[in-house]
Design a protein around this ligand. Structure first.
Ligand SMILES: [Zn+2]
Ligand SMILES: [Zn+2]
Length: 205
């Protein structure tokens, strides 16, 4: 589906901060890497069923380390991270853990040894935002479709007006490069790409 770039209209700052646009952030699922929904209750993935609740530590008996000091991906042969993760399980009496290759996204089980669950640092790597792309050497990202719509309306507008709720709104905080008229077309194209990616990934909010 092609969509005309929305330009030449007049836009009023709707006010609000970034969290007021939509209630979810789409992230890469830590288990299957597809689009997963992150809301107040944690992450849930409709593709693989992965679910986390961020306020609770994952079960301590699930923590393991790769048995090899320098594990390599069975598909692309590149080095895998050697760090504890809460993905341990037993296959035929052997401890294994699931690792997603950071180079080729291949997901597989590897021999593992028990590791203690980390207490002081967050149990997960930060989740990667799903709707993110490079524009003019910068990272353009949105949390969800409502966020995308709002930025598209704003950046595409020929005339931008402050709303009746002034102050440091989400729009007022947008980085300078996004608001620069020289980058306007690029940013709008970047947003259109993100919209396509969202559609392909089944993102609907
Ligand atoms: Zn998943
Ligand atoms: Zn790999």
């Amino acid at each position: 589906m092609t969509r005309d770039l929305p330009t030449h209209h007049r836009a009023t700052d709707p006010g609000g901060y970034v969290g007021s646009f939509g209630s979810v952030t789409w992230v890469h699922c830590p288990q299957c890497n597809k689009a997963a929904r992150k809301g107040r209750g944690g992450v849930s993935c409709a593709h693989c069923g992965h679910r986390t609740i961020h306020s609770k530590m994952p079960r301590p008996d699930r923590w393991a380390l790769p048995r090899k000091r320098h594990p390599v991906c069975e598909q692309c042969d590149q080095e895998l991270p050697h760090r504890p993760a809460p993905t341990a399980h037993t296959v035929d009496g052997e401890l294994r853990m699931t690792i997603i290759c950071p180079h080729c996204d291949h997901k597989a089980d590897y021999p593992a040894v028990r590791a203690s669950s980390p207490q002081s640092r967050p149990p997960y790597e930060p989740l990667r935002r799903f709707l993110e792309t490079q524009v003019a050497g910068e990272t353009l990202w949105v949390n969800n479709l409502a966020h995308l719509d709002a930025i598209e309306q704003w950046i595409g507008a020929a005339v931008r007006e402050r709303g009746d709720r002034p102050g440091l709104t989400m729009m007022a905080r947008l980085p300078r490069w996004m608001k620069a008229s020289t980058n306007r077309e690029k940013v709008l194209r970047g947003l259109a790409n993100l919209r396509e990616r969202a559609q392909r990934a089944g993102i609907d909010e």
